[in-house]
Design a protein around this ligand. Structure first.
Ligand code: ASP
Length: 355
């Protein structure tokens, strides 16, 4: 047997073992109806990639890779999409939020949902759901850095953790949670910090919300900003999100990029400023152009953490909004949603302060 076929025989054997173990877990699901019912809504990403390109595992198949899930939850699964996170469209985001709202509205017995997503833009989708799913029942977003079939695939472990968190009554009312590497993060604060490492999802100076330990799920803190049931954003009747572009300040950045975004239909802009200074340096003439055209501009910082205060933005006049402590990617999500309700800069500033 060649080395190559030995490896594939081994990986087939380990898949078979996983399948047997998970069959036991699912059988347990059927014999332990007292555990909460949790639904997997799969969208794709590396957690469902077989590796070597091409085909992807279905929602049912990835469930098979989380053996023992039946100890914690009666697991059910549906396929929403099966693509890389960067291939998900904003229309699919709207439909996914709608689907989760529909599941919770129609199914009072559903304890929570687990959403699988590619890691690359997971933090954007998770924050979008944090603001648009109108239920206190947990929505837990998980993914994987290694594709299924590669040594050390951690997708099954993350999925199992996701089910454990979603099944916990203590997870209710804490907004959308991102669970990775046995750690629980708030969708508002988590970002992908490394292109390859397993510990890529971090919440910076905010820290973890909790952990998924062998004995139990433990929470250490709560998000204090508005989300889910206290969110004012209702996608009922919203069929498209307004275009909001992010532009980065860098030394000598040409302001015609800002003008181009406005002239090509941006309804709002986020500028990743150099620090806490919101003047925008070389981008300033473009920012002025946008504001004169009535396009709200949110000032965030490119530093990765820290806060832009509303007072510093308002000194530059009506139209410039401080993104507070939201990183540019999350500021853009909030601004898109804000623009579904208002174009008033002061109203949008209120939202940035409250969410
Ligand atoms: N390219 C993948 C995606 O975002 C990466 C991943 O899932 O980790 O879909």
């Amino acid at each position: 047997m060649s080395g190559r076929s030995t490896r594939s025989a081994l990986s087939l054997a380990s898949f078979a073992a996983l399948a047997l173990a998970s069959a036991a877990g699912l059988a347990q699901t059927r014999t332990a109806p007292e555990v909460p019912r949790v639904r997997l809504v799969a969208t794709g990403g590396t957690i469902s990639a077989r590796g070597g390109g091409g085909s992807r595992l279905s929602a049912e198949e990835i469930l098979q890779l989380a053996p023992g899930v039946g100890r914690y939850a009666q697991a059910e699964a549906e396929q929403f999409a099966n693509v890389a996170s960067t291939a998900l469209t904003l229309d699919q985001w709207i439909r996914l939020a709608g689907r989760l709202n529909e599941l919770f509205d129609r199914d009072a017995g559903l304890a929570g949902a687990v959403v699988t997503c590619g890691t690359d833009s997971l933090e954007e989708l998770a924050y979008f759901l944090h603001l648009t799913v109108r239920s206190s029942r947990p929505v837990v977003v998980v993914g994987a850095m290694r594709s299924a079939g590669t040594p050390g695939y951690e997708g099954g472990a993350n999925l199992l953790d996701g089910f454990r968190v979603a099944a916990q009554p203590e997870s209710r009312g804490r907004g959308v949670l991102v669970v990775f590497n046995d750690e629980i993060h708030s969708a508002r604060e988590v970002t992908k910090t490394d292109a390859l490492r397993l510990q890529t999802f971090q919440s910076g100076s905010y820290g973890l919300m909790g952990v998924v330990d062998p004995d139990r799920v433990v929470f250490f803190r709560d998000p204090l900003k508005r989300h889910t049931v206290t969110s004012e954003f209702d996608l009922t009747g919203v069929s498209a999100l307004p275009r909001v572009d992010i532009l980065l300040f860098y030394q000598g950045a040409p302001d015609d990029l800002v003008r181009a975004a406005v002239d090509n239909g941006a309804r709002g802009l986020v500028i990743a400023m150099a620090g806490a200074d919101v003047t925008g340096g070389s981008l300033a003439p473009g920012i002025g152009y946008a504001i004169r055209k009535g396009i709200p501009v949110a000032a965030a910082t490119r530093t990765g953490s820290g806060r832009i205060a509303p007072a510093s933005a308002s000194r530059l006049g009506e139209g410039l909004v401080a993104a507070e402590d939201l990183v540019p990617l999350k500021a853009r999500v909030l601004l898109m949603l804000a623009l579904t309700k208002t174009r008033s800069a002061s109203e949008i500033q209120r939202m940035f302060t409250e969410y």
